[in-house]
Design a protein around this ligand. Structure first.
Ligand code: UTP
Length: 293
């Protein structure tokens, strides 16, 4: 069932959700622009996409998410001020992450009907080629980046490739979980199914689907008539489970540390972990944390 696939060039970043788990911070600021240390979460995500060879990023945005589009554009007054004050290091950092002309597209999801619906909104911009989906509130601290690790597998297997991490058995009910085909001890695992948030004690494995996907465009046909699933939302997992009856899916346990920044403690943990690793801040961060403890 292996599908021959053209090169992966495009990534869909769904950013239209309401971010209710981290309110009130997300009342007027998109969740994806909350800072981790000194950069928005999205800045880490775009860096990961580019490092994986992605040439075009499709944001699926919604109302009150205008700031995301503005973040990836010039801020002329600010740039002039930084230039005038000789603050060239930060100015260069800001300019370096601006998109090349045409590198980013923005489509609108007019109501947050679920992740599957958000991805479907990108169908015309993606067209008939494989594409990545990156959950833009999940930072994976990894070298090489998580998506790049998935691309390495995809270039060999084609088909569909899903990033996973192992979680404690007691935690499986919180995640989408992979149903493996045979041996699941390695880092590359053939899949025969997936279950969204299985009841405790019923999970087919401890491999949780953590927010990095490479998918075939056939998925868009299935999303077009995908009904509502868990939580009354159109779920990406449900459409992927249908696609699995037609095409190969490989789960890849990437090497790295996953931070769910859409959750209060996950966001806090990401800030601490990434500050501790920073050459310019690590020592001061370590002292601040140990003073607190
Ligand atoms: P989440 O479920 O984590 O985001 O979806 P959310 O709905 O914003 O969060 P809570 O549960 O209310 O706190 C993962 C990603 O998918 C996007 C979100 O913006 C988030 O980055 N998403 C989700 C959409 O773009 N549209 C949707 O309808 C749902």
């Amino acid at each position: 069932m292996t599908q021959t696939s053209p090169r992966l060039r495009k990534a869909v970043l769904p950013v239209a959700g309401l971010g209710t788990r981290v309110l009130p911070g997300t009342k007027t600021t998109p969740k994806e622009l909350l800072n981790v240390v000194d950069r928005p979460i999205l800045s880490y995500i775009v860096e990961e996409a580019r490092a994986a060879g992605i040439e075009h990023i499709v944001f699926v945005t919604g109302r009150f998410k205008q700031a995301i589009e503005d973040y990836f554009d010039h801020q002329v007054e600010l740039e002039a001020q930084l230039e005038a004050k000789g603050k060239t290091e930060i100015l260069d950092q800001l300019l370096a992450e601006l998109p090349k002309p045409g590198e980013m597209s923005f489509v609108r999801q007019m109501a947050p009907k679920g992740l599957g619906h958000a991805v479907w909104c990108a169908r015309d911009v993606v067209g008939d080629e494989p594409f990545a989906v990156i959950l833009p509130d999940v930072i994976v601290d990894a070298e090489p980046g998580a998506l790049k690790q998935l691309v390495a597998v995809f270039n060999e297997t084609g088909g569909n490739v899903i990033g996973v991490e192992r979680v404690a058995e007691s935690e499986t009910h919180k995640y989408g979980i992979v149903d493996p085909e045979g041996d699941s001890s390695g880092r590359r695992i053939a899949m025969k199914g997936m279950v969204e948030k299985p009841a405790q004690g019923t999970a087919p494995s401890n491999l949780s689907i953590s927010g990095r996907y490479i998918l075939q465009p056939r998925l868009f046909d299935l999303l077009a008539d995908q009904g509502k699933g868990a939580g009354g939302e159109i779920q990406l997992t449900d459409a992927m489970a249908r696609l699995m009856t037609e095409q190969d899916f490989t789960a890849v346990e990437y090497e790295g540390v996953t931070h769910d920044c859409g959750d209060k403690i996950g966001l806090l943990r990401a800030n601490v972990a990434l500050a501790l690793k920073r050459p310019d801040l690590g020592e001061a961060a370590r002292k601040a944390v140990s003073d607190l403890l």
